[in-house]
Write a protein that binds this ligand. Structure first.
Ligand code: G
Ligand code: G
Ligand code: MN
Ligand code: NA
Length: 248
């Protein structure tokens, strides 16, 4: 496969870059975290979206070295922010294949040690479908990751099929409400009710909640009114290189 070979070369030639998107506290308006999002800086095509190459990396197993590279880059950057006096939590996406990798826990532990990035400032994002494929094995794996001191979040929450019974047993810290629900909260009564219900449920389960894909002030006002504590989306900033991140 041409794309696979090209992607393998891209990794070797250091053509991947990590961009960072702000996560903002609704109460203070301050940036409390960033999400690391990989891009491929292709010599001819320019910045290539992960939508085009992460699925290929996932299918071919390349996501294992690629994911390890992203984690190391993000922890290194987090360490740089810390050294410059910025206390930013850094979230990194893990794919299903990484979550199933026997070496994952060791890899995360070694990366934290090597970059000297505090575990409590790292959040690993798993999608609902990654966790729910084999929920009982997932509980064990999540526990081993938590034991490193990292935070865990469920990404794209609401698009999968988490049962509430499992949600209580997953040792996660945060639910990220999928942007498909946030997109229509101004016009769609059903989406408003779904988002409000997730916020209430998260509070009952003592989970943090982040609304994704917040693009305008009306969405933000509604999220503020229902007590959603944190938001992410173009309203606060697009994913950008580390040196273009706005001040906290
Ligand atoms: O950044 P953007 O919105 O274009 O990302 C598109 C998709 O690619 C999102 O679902 C995002 O979670 C995924 N993605 C971005 N960076 C990474 C990464 O480093 N690892 C994995 N597994 N997925 C990523
Ligand atoms: O699946 P995940 O939540 O990791 O995906 C993050 C993706 O969402 C990134 O590709 C990012 O560029 C995109 N994204 C972030 N904020 C917004 C937003 O406000 N609107 C839209 N449409 N996409 C967003
Ligand atoms: Mn994510
Ligand atoms: Na998401």
């Amino acid at each position: 496969l041409a794309l696979e070979a090209a992607l393998r070369r891209a990794l070797e030639r250091n053509e991947l870059v990590v961009h960072y998107q702000p996560v903002v506290s609704v109460a203070t308006g301050h940036m409390i975290a960033v999400e690391a999002l990989v891009r491929w800086n292709h010599p001819q095509e320019g910045l290539v979206s992960p939508l085009r190459f992460v699925p290929v990396a996932e299918d071919t197993g390349l996501i294992i070295p690629l994911g390890a590279w992203v984690l190391r880059a993000a922890c290194r950057q987090g360490r740089r922010w810390l050294d410059s006096g910025r206390l930013l939590s850094v979230a990194v996406n893990l794919s299903s294949r990484q979550f199933a990798d026997d070496n994952l826990v060791d890899m995360v532990r070694e990366t934290l040690a090597e970059t000297d990035f505090p575990a409590r400032l790292l959040t690993l994002e798993l999608t609902e479908s990654t966790i729910m494929t084999r929920p009982d094995q997932a509980i064990e794996m999540l526990g081993r990751l938590k034991a490193l001191g990292v935070k865990l979040s469920i990404d794209d929450f609401g698009t999968g099929y988490s049962s509430l019974a499992y949600l209580k047993r997953f040792p996660v810290d945060t639910l990220k409400i999928d942007r498909s629900f946030v997109a229509d909260i101004v016009d769609d009564e059903d989406d408003r009710m779904i988002v409000a219900a997730v916020v209430v449920m998260a509070r009952q389960l003592r989970l943090n909640v982040i609304a994704e894909g917040v693009e305008n002030a009306d969405q933000f006002d509604y999220l503020n009114r229902i007590g959603c504590a944190a938001c992410q989306g173009y309203l606060f900033g697009k994913p950008v290189p580390a040196d273009e991140l706005p001040p906290d």
